[in-house]
Design a protein around this ligand. Structure first.
Ligand SMILES: Nc1nc2c(ncn2[C@@H]2O[C@H](COP(=O)(O)OP(=O)(O)O)[C@@H](O)[C@H]2O)c(=O)[nH]1
Ligand SMILES: [Mg+2]
Length: 226
């Protein structure tokens, strides 16, 4: 994915309506302080997302309007990066799962139109989720619960570990293996501080967009085979 342009648009409550022209939505989710806002800034190469802000009690989703080319040879498109409130305050498995669900469910339902009586093709839709994990802490209850919830609900996702600059080179390799073992899937390691690994996240997000946009037009257009 090549970013052409990015702008902060607005903050909405989790169940609030998305702007009608939001385009496909990529949701950034992770524990509070894991580095969601910092990764958004690294991805779009702008300081739009307020990083390091104290986790507040108001749970708003920050929306960033982006114009990007999802992959080589594709046309430029509009999409929305959604910076969701952080989780990770609950203790234990069931509580952690519930906490994550409360944070994402309304927004995801809104973004996928699952709550709308009828759905127009121009409505925003959730193209995928970037799940962020702290590189230094593999297999946290709350992260495992979040990942399981996303998988069970069938949301396409990319898993990224953050703050890898805080680890030695060998520590990074060890941590990556531990994260991949804990979730049973490949994980991308990044540092928003140094920019290491960020291009791979852009590519992965481009693939989520490609997959989401390839399906939708093909479904309802005459003269297309699926
Ligand atoms: N060393 C380092 N610090 C980071 C990185 N990403 C985020 N941080 C720091 O972690 C804190 C929380 O980051 P933020 O992006 O606000 O997290 P959020 O709550 O998930 O949005 C801030 O102090 C950031 O500067 C990273 O890749 N490396
Ligand atoms: Mg933030």
């Amino acid at each position: 994915m090549k970013i052409l342009d990015a702008d902060f648009v607005t903050s909405v409550p989790a169940g609030g309506r998305l702007p009608p022209d939001a385009g496909p939505v990529i949701a950034m989710v992770g524990r509070s302080n894991v580095g969601k806002s910092s990764l958004i800034n690294a991805l779009i190469r702008r300081g739009l997302a307020r990083a390091g802000a104290k986790p507040g009690t108001t749970r708003l989703v920050n929306l960033y309007a982006v114009r990007a080319v999802p992959a080589a040879g594709r046309r430029a498109m509009r999409l929305t990066l959604a910076d969701l409130p952080g989780y990770g305050f609950a203790r234990g498995g069931t509580q952690a799962r519930r906490e994550f669900e409360v944070i994402v469910q309304d927004f995801f339902e809104q973004a996928t139109g699952r709550t709308a009586a009828s759905r127009r093709r121009s409505d925003p839709r959730l193209a995928g989720v970037v799940l962020l994990l702290d590189g230094r802490h593999a297999g946290l209850d709350s992260d495992v619960a979040a990942h399981a919830w996303l998988a069970e609900h069938g949301y396409p996702s990319v898993v990224v570990t953050t703050k890898n600059d805080r680890l030695s080179r060998s520590g990074q390799a060890r941590a990556l293996r531990a994260h991949e073992a804990a979730l049973g899937r490949p994980v991308l390691a990044v540092s928003s501080r140094t920019g290491a690994g960020v291009p791979a996240v852009r590519t992965a997000v481009g693939s989520l967009l490609d997959a989401a946009t390839a399906q939708v037009p093909a479904a309802g257009l005459p003269g297309t085979e699926s």
